[in-house]
Ligand binder design. Structure first.
Ligand SMILES: [Cu+2]
Length: 203
């Protein structure tokens, strides 16, 4: 191991340790705020002041994500495979953004998880000539996140985390140029189950 490699290794360990401490702190905060004790997980909590996105400058896009968790499995286990990626048993899931068009600049994506499962929202540019929902899905049930501009996946917080638990909100602020974008959930199987939508940004 060269000195350079050694430095890289040590900084990786330091980052991992910091992430662990942050994770524990987040868990403690979530426990304190009652995030683990929601009794009506599918309810709409956009106005839950313990878990709402802060006021923002620029545009806001409100995203609602949901699933039909109770329909995900038949009496004898997973629903039959319809041939698409083997994720048919995940049932129907949706991601809806309002408004669907915003002006270029700072855009805060505010997500409410009205479903029963954990979700997330990732912002990706939409390649020319492609529609939302057309990305290649890997054998792990996920799409490539290469080129991601940001994500809301931290329960009751901003940016990347470990997913938005049922009933909670999450948000992220990104700067978007004019163009077409796709908002999607990349929890395994969720994209194939319908968790994507187009977001257009005008000049
Ligand atoms: Cu999802």
């Amino acid at each position: 191991m060269t000195p350079h490699r050694l430095r890289q290794a040590w900084s990786a360990i330091a980052i991992a340790a910091a992430a662990l401490v942050l994770g524990i702190a987040t868990t403690v905060l979530m426990a304190a705020s009652g995030a683990f004790h929601r009794t009506t997980p599918a309810s709409w909590r956009a106005h839950d002041t313990r878990c709402g996105a802060p006021a923002t400058k620029g545009s806001a896009v409100d995203v609602t994500v949901w699933d039909m968790g109770h329909m995900m499995r038949g009496p004898n286990g997973p629903a039959p495979n319809n041939g698409r990626h083997g994720w048919y048993g995940m049932g129907m899931m949706r991601l809806v953004a309002r408004p669907a068009t915003v002006p270029a600049g700072r855009v805060t994506v505010r997500v409410v998880n009205a479903g029963t499962l954990t979700h997330e929202v990732i912002v990706l540019p939409l390649p020319a000539g492609r529609a939302a929902g057309e990305r290649a899905i890997g054998s792990d049930g996920r799409v490539s996140e290469a080129g991601s501009l940001g994500e809301a996946s931290r329960t009751c917080g901003a940016g990347a985390g470990h997913g938005i638990v049922s009933g909670a909100a999450a948000w992220t602020t990104v700067t978007l140029r004019a163009g077409r974008y796709e908002l999607l959930c990349n929890v395994p199987g969720h994209y194939a189950a319908g968790m994507y939508t187009e977001l257009d940004v005008t000049k």
